[in-house]
Design a protein around this ligand. Structure first.
Ligand code: URA
Length: 435
């Protein structure tokens, strides 16, 4: 077999076989296929696409390029959750203890923030001492004993995806739906869960700005998960404005805890209840959405979800007192309100811009090496549809550096648009896709 022939085949719009895809991925991993040939192949795929069988074959070839976690010794159905990323997305923090309190075991690999989106690990490090560095033995024991363990993405899971992603990043071939779906699902499948619940975001703060693209991506990912023998559900949700009110690491942790206490923002609570219900159904703990929703509301009401969160924080070395005394979490020196320069109904919030404001304040990374300031961020006081009078605060900026606060404030004001007439509420949960 020759890579040259495979490139011509794909360039001419033909279908690659399993063997051909395995040959290509193994050869690329072993450095037998050079970057320039793989770049040509990625561009051919970008233009000619891949069918469902090819996408599944590519995913499985990437899964098989590294370690595959075996969670079979842990009792019960292990359910994983994945979000395609957004602004103010603190869902894993609230959702995992909610479902764990209902008896689902959650084994999660999480990442750090990069660009305008945040990462679960950075947020959790707002608890002093918290660490995601752990041996596989500790990971498995903690899942058995606590019901939740979150560790950092290891370089051994789907390693060829990392190499290929770096190549796509510099050859303008990232934004092909099949390639994205294969990349995300290869890491999820290698992480070993029996069932996967996907939160596919759409809107100005999401990877998929267009709802139709989000739908197609969700379908491709559900097809891959199902083809790989994992029960998979995707929920398409709105990311056309930040999720909840708080953006920034410790601020998001506070909002996650408030939601576990039963007084979180409505959109965020609704997302946790929706995803959580599907996770309970995937994990065979509930037979209907109605039953699942009630179970989740009960664990919030009786405090067991919050207690589970504290138990998890402590198990990973964090100071659990901060769960019950949030003033122990990192706090910024300044809290500066940003006053609206106009009156009207908020008609648009450039969601990625709000993520960038948090980044400017020091809450995100410009490069992989950047050290982040966990205390800084933005607390939104007005969201889409709300009426604002000129001079009323739109948000409170939490910052430690007045120069950065000024930059973030100027940028923040440009992210809002207003209308004289009322705005129809946006549909937050847009669709649910099952196999
Ligand atoms: N996230 C991934 O892991 N892979 C992609 O290709 C895009 C987003």
């Amino acid at each position: 077999m020759r890579m040259y022939d495979l490139i011509i085949k794909k360039r001419n719009g033909l279908t690659l076989s399993n063997e051909e895809i395995n040959f290509m991925i193994e050869g690329y991993q072993n450095n037998e296929i050079p970057d320039y040939q793989m770049s040509a192949m990625m561009m051919a795929i970008y233009f000619k696409g891949m069918n469902a069988d090819e996408t599944l074959a590519l995913t499985m070839a990437m899964v098989n390029s590294g370690e595959i976690l075996d969670l079979s010794d842990i009792d019960g159905i292990k359910v994983d959750k994945h979000s395609t990323g957004g602004v103010g997305d603190k869902t894993s923090l609230t959702l995992t203890p909610m479902v764990a309190a209902c008896g689902i075991k959650v084994a999660k690999m999480s990442g750090r923030g990069l660009g305008h989106t945040g990462g679960t690990i950075d947020k959790l490090e707002s608890f002093e001492g918290f660490s995601t560095d752990m041996t596989s033995e500790k990971f498995y024991t903690q899942i058995e004993e606590v019901g939740i363990a979150i560790m950092g993405q290891t370089k051994d899971l789907a390693p060829v995806d990392k190499k290929l992603y770096a190549l796509r990043d510099v050859t303008a071939t990232v934004d092909n739906l099949s390639l994205i779906a294969a990349s995300i699902m290869s890491k999820k499948i290698a992480a070993g869960a029996d069932a996967i619940c996907l939160d596919v975001k759409t809107g100005s703060g999401a990877f998929m700005k267009d709802e139709k693209d989000a739908y197609k991506l969700a379908k491709e990912m559900v097809d891959i998960g199902t083809g790989a023998g994992r029960k998979t559900i995707a929920v398409i949700t709105d990311m056309d404005q930040p999720l909840g009110n708080n953006v920034g690491n410790a601020l998001e942790v506070k909002e996650a805890i408030e939601t576990l206490q039963g007084h979180g923002p409505k959109d965020f609570e609704e997302l946790c209840l929706t995803l959580g219900s599907y996770m309970l159904i995937l994990g065979e703990k509930a037979n209907s959405i109605k039953e699942a929703r009630q179970m989740l509301l009960d664990v919030i009401e009786n405090g067991s979800a919050l207690a589970k969160f504290a138990e998890f924080i402590e198990a990973q070395g964090g100071d659990k007192c901060a769960v019950f005394h949030m003033d122990l979490l990192p706090k910024a020196q300044y809290e500066i309100p940003v006053l609206s320069e106009k009156s009207g109904f908020v008609s648009k919030i450039a969601c990625d811009e709000i993520g960038i404001c948090s980044l400017i304040l020091g809450g995100g990374r410009e490069t992989k090496e950047s050290v982040i300031d966990l205390a800084v961020g933005i607390k939104l006081l007005k969201k889409k549809g709300d009426y604002v009078k000129q001079g009323e605060p739109l948000c409170i900026i939490h910052g430690n550096d007045m120069e950065k606060i000024k930059l973030a404030k100027d940028r923040f004001l440009k992210a809002y648009d207003f209308s004289e007439t009322e705005i129809a509420p946006t549909q937050f949960i847009k669709a649910v896709l099952e196999a």
